[in-house]
Design a protein around this ligand. Structure first.
Ligand code: SF4
Ligand code: SF4
Length: 201
């Protein structure tokens, strides 16, 4: 079982839009504001259009602001990430976002403040080995996906840092996140309130 070793097939499936149910043409991976800054710079240099969309946001009712924690890619007209090249794959391999580095491992939200490392079933390699990967524990995930696991741990640490930062801001009464808000009020806030990106580095 543990002789199984993840090796990317370089098929590009994870750089393509797979959220068929979504009206928006967005990539599921989260991007931190700091990552978006870097990606904007690269896109500018290469003269390619980078578009992102807000992803994880919280309404701060103290300052009447929307706190933006992460963004998502808006894909090109063919449904691919704009940094994907069919001949060579990811063209920003060395500096790709945390979520792409960790893939096919992903961070799953258990509740508002708890996350865990999981395997993304959309990956072609994972799909090929899904029987062997079914119900495996974290120790085996660590062995099979050794490199991705290190990246996923870094990704998880970054997420935790972000959560701690938000908690600290709440304790210091700098912000107040509305945890129970009607969808009407939330949509109204999304429409009218200014944005504040949350950055931890
Ligand atoms: S940044 Fe690279 S790995 Fe991530 S979705 Fe885009 S092309 Fe794929
Ligand atoms: S879907 Fe899986 S195997 Fe294919 S390129 Fe992405 S990570 Fe590699």
């Amino acid at each position: 079982m543990t002789e199984l070793n993840y090796a990317c097939l370089k098929c590009g499936k994870c750089c393509f839009n797979l959220s068929f149910s979504s009206a928006d043409y967005i990539k599921r991976i989260p991007l931190y504001p700091e990552e978006v800054d870097k990606l904007i710079e690269i896109a500018k240099k290469r003269q390619i259009p980078l578009k992102v969309k807000e992803d994880l946001v919280f309404p701060d009712i103290l300052n009447k602001k929307i706190l933006v924690l992460t963004y998502r890619f808006i894909l090109d007209e063919n449904g691919y990430c704009i940094f994907y090249d069919p001949k060579i794959g990811c063209t920003i391999h060395e500096i790709k976002p945390f979520a792409c580095q960790a893939y096919p491992l992903a961070i799953k939200r258990i509740d508002a403040f708890n996350l865990e490392i999981t395997i993304d079933s959309i990956c072609n390699w994972v799909e090929e080995h899904h029987i062997k990967l079914k119900n495996i524990d974290l120790n085996k995930i660590k062995i099979i996906f050794s490199e991705s696991f290190k990246k996923a741990e870094a990704f998880l640490r970054q997420n935790k840092k972000l959560q701690l930062h938000i908690r600290r801001m709440e304790v210091e009464n700098k912000i107040k996140i509305a945890r129970q808000i009607s969808s009407e009020d939330f949509n109204r806030a999304l429409k009218n309130w200014k944005r504040d990106e949350i950055r931890v580095s």
